[in-house]
Each structure stands twice: as C-alpha cells, then as structure tokens.
Ligand binder design. Sequence first.
Ligand SMILES: [Zn+2]
Length: 316
Amino acid sequence: MKNISCKNCGGIMTLDASAMTATCRFCGSHYVLDHADTDYYMDFYRQMNSFFALSNDEQERRIKADELWNDADEKMFTTSDGKQISVRYLYNYSEHDADVYVARRNIIFHFHKNGAMLSELCRRNISILDYPSADIRKLSDFFPSVAGGYELDDKTYILVVTKDEDEYPLSLFGGLGGRHVAWIISRMENLCCVLEFSGLVHPEIDPNTLFINPYTHQAALYGNWWNVCRNNSLNGKGKIMRTSENLKGLRKTASTILNDPEAPEALTEFINSTPRLDAYEDFSYWDEMLIKAYGERKFINMDTDDGRIYGSGSKE
Ligand SMILES: [Zn+2]
C-alpha cells in the first residue's frame, strides 16, 4: 500500500474513512488528498471490504491475502549488536511517539525517542490487564502480547507485538455499513469491559489501534499501549483520565467508520450518546440499542459469530 508523507515533517500520514483527508499524527498537520490518491485508497478499501464476504472459504482467503502481501514493502532494522531484522509490512504510519509497521504476524513500534521507557510502559500496562475468572471468550487474545524489544544501532528502540495473520487495522477498511459497525461496537464493548475490570484507560481507541478479523468478526486493541494509564490518574497534560474515555473512543471510532445512509436511527443515537456510568452499563445500553436497530437478538451460542446471526451485511 502506498504512503502519503507529511509535507511538514516527513511522517507517514493516516487517512480518514473517506480517504479525502490525511493527518500526520507526529506533528498534527492536515492535508487534502488529490482525486488520484483518493481513488487509489478507495480501491484499496474496496479490496479489504471484499474480505467480509469470504468467511467460509479458507483457500480463497489465502489467495486474497497473498495478493495483498505481494505489494508489501520492506524495512530493515539493525540492532545495537549488529543483527539485521527485516520486516515486510502491509501498512505503516507515524504516531506522535512511534512509527508503526503492520507485518503479517507482528506489529512493530519504532519509537522516535525515549524508546526504552515507552517500551517498558507498554509492557507494564499490558501486565496490569486482568480478566474475569469465567473468561470463556479468551479475551486475552484481543490484547497485545509482546514478542520482543530491541535496541537499534542508532540508540532508538523497537517493540514487537504479535497479531494473528487475519487481523488488520480497522482503518484499512474505510467506511462501513451499519451492520458491520454494529458487530465492531459489540466487540469494542467487550474490550472496554476488560479495561474497566482492570482499571485502565486507553486514550486512543481508534481505527489505527483497533485490529479486526473480517472472517471471525473479532476485534483486538493492539496499538498505543504506552499511552494507557490507570483510572483516575493524571495524564501528561494534567487531565484526570477516567474509564469513560474508553467509551468515548468507542463512539468516536464507530462514528468515524460508519458510512451508511440507511443506518437505523437507534445506531446513530447510540453513537451520539453520552457514555453510561461504566462499561458494563454501557454494554447493556448498547444491547438494547442493537435490538432496536436490527431486531430481536437471537440466541447466541458463544462459538457462533455475529456474522452468521445477523448476516454479513457487506453487500454493495
Ligand atoms: Zn507531520
């Protein structure tokens, strides 16, 4: 996938769901894309969207994934003890603190500075995560697992987090229909319940930190763990961070990715609503609104994905 570099600082920009504007998360610059670039990214989004329709055909999935990875770029890192690490990545962009490379089974965070400290913060925050004892969904699969960290020859650091091959950044799918947004909200509510249970605030829940599996309809929160903090603590700007920030990020994400002129009113009402008291109440509220939006919730066996219950909804 081709990149758009920031004219101000050279960082790799992120795009909005309509692929019309780009933002540099490193320096904060905005930029309006020309038509050719918008067309290119809309095509890319369409290609990613076609994955939703492949859920039962393993072979077709692998062919599609291989096509995607044929166009992958390569980046070489050299560690402080002279080892070469080669990374083939599908997507990369700049965060304020790190350049992020999405590889097939890993995500690589290359910190601009203070890498040792930020890597340590990531590991610490991930270690605070706690799961309810009856965690039959294996929610830990949807939070980062650190595979390693390396000091590089230029004294910067990289941190490597694992991911499943079929997990892609949500931002690569562009705008989505209401039914897709609905299952993504359900999964985000799950993630927010774990954060609530663990007393953690993730201030950057957004389409770049969230990864989705288009086949199993699962979502994971892998990005920006160095910015996570404890509930009721002060962030760097002196603001008290509370777990309601998680629920605001959830709504902002849903609002960013929703592109559906026929979205039910209950869905948009939920997206525009104020977060409930905590993530558990918010999830109940969402369940009510989901029924209003798409009808009575059918009995769900935990192993059944919502796609089979609600239909794939990806017809264009
Ligand atoms: Zn910039």
